[in-house]
Design a protein around this ligand. Structure first.
Ligand code: NAD
Ligand code: MLT
Length: 309
């Protein structure tokens, strides 16, 4: 059995494959054409988010049995083509939960206290205290959109910051929300109540541009927005307008509709902060997702039960 590994998957995951006698080839930054040219040799492929496993790639892969995603989102894999061709798609849904949860808290605190802006100003030689008066999280209402693994972790940490936490998630039970100390509300009520809104759902056809001009208009004046989930859920042009008008006091994005993103109009705004899809980028998370996905890929290659298909 041979597995192609792309996108800087941690060595610990590769070691799991090697220990189990699976042949591994590591090839980063392959174009679709290059991937199509080499994929026929492989029984499996493991990717992070950069490599797109398209229908064309799968059509060039007569031996491919499994596609492993070292992370949560499988939006870079054509899952319906894989299903049609009997190729199993597995992911690693738990390994980077803590990393993304902590990154969300870091973005929320950075937004509240203008940390990136103050850091940049001071390093440019200006000691400016007046420009960076922030707000406290304590006694503010946090609205969580998507109360799954990461949303729940954020809720627990927000309680520690003495925030009131509400959430919109049509797929979880009242009981689950109650256990987390979170009040489930309809989306528009979350918009109406929240001082901070953080997005933690997958991108689907239904929630594309969920946060658009209409949504921002329904929110509190001076709301602050965080998206550490998927680009495309926030309409970036509408966000730009809302930040310029001051309706939205600040926003922090870790993810963009087009990635890599290096020249968004948002970058010119002083009340906008961002990171280049760093939510899962901790050493611990990368080891964890690499090991988890390698174990799943081995199970799939052996025809054993996989947990995260
Ligand atoms: P999860 O599946 O555990 O939770 C997602 C939650 O969203 C579920 O509770 C689901 O019921 C809910 N949901 C689905 N559609 C919804 C909708 N239209 N409205 C409201 N709620 C909805 O997933 P997770 O592990 O918590 O990950 C959440 C998101 O974060 C995913 O998009 C994932 O890809 C992304 N993510 C990003 C990073 C990063 O590096 N920035 C890292 C890890 C995960
Ligand atoms: C994920 O879905 O796991 C994250 O976006 C992190 C990543 O792409 O590595």
């Amino acid at each position: 059995m041979k597995v192609l590994v792309t996108d800087n998957v941690a060595q610990e995951g590769i070691d799991v494959l090697l220990r189990e006698g699976v042949g591994v080839e590591v090839r980063n930054k392959l174009t679709e054409d290059e991937l199509c040219a080499v994929i026929s040799e492989f029984d499996g492929i493991i990717v992070r988010s950069a490599t797109r496993v398209t229908a064309r790639v799968m059509e060039s892969a007569p031996n491919l049995k499994v596609v492993g995603r070292a992370g949560v989102g499988v939006d870079n894999i054509d899952v319906s083509t894989a299903t049609e061709r009997g190729i199993i798609v597995v992911n690693a849904p738990d390994g980077n939960t803590m990393a993304a949860t902590e990154h969300t808290m870091a973005l929320m605190l950075s937004l509240a206290r203008n940390l990136p802006q103050a850091d940049a100003r001071l390093k440019s030689g200006v000691w400016d205290k007046k420009a960076f008066v922030g707000v406290e999280l304590r006694n503010k209402c946090l609205g969580i959109l998507g109360l799954g693994r990461i949303g729940s972790g954020v809720a627990r940490r927000a309680h520690a910051m003495e925030m009131d936490v509400v959430a919109y998630d049509p797929y979880i039970t009242e009981e689950r929300a109650r256990d987390l100390g979170v009040t489930l509300l309809p989306l528009e009520e979350v918009f109406r109540k929240a001082d901070f809104i953080t997005v933690h759902m997958p991108l689907t056809k239904e929630n594309y541009h969920l946060l658009d001009d209409d949504a921002f208009a329904k929110m509190k004046d001076g709301v602050r927005i965080i998206n550490c989930a998927r680009g495309g859920i926030v309409d970036e042009e509408a966000l730009y307008r809302a930040l310029v008008s001051g309706k939205v006091a600040g926003a922090a994005l870790d993810v963009f509709e087009k990635e890599p993103q290096t020249e968004s109009p948002l970058f010119s705004l002083p009340n906008f902060i961002c990171t280049p899809h760093l939510g899962a980028s901790t050493r611990e998370a990368q080891v964890s997702v690499a090991v988890d996905v390698a174990e799943e890929v081995i199970a799939a290659l052996r025809g054993e039960l996989v947990k995260n298909a």
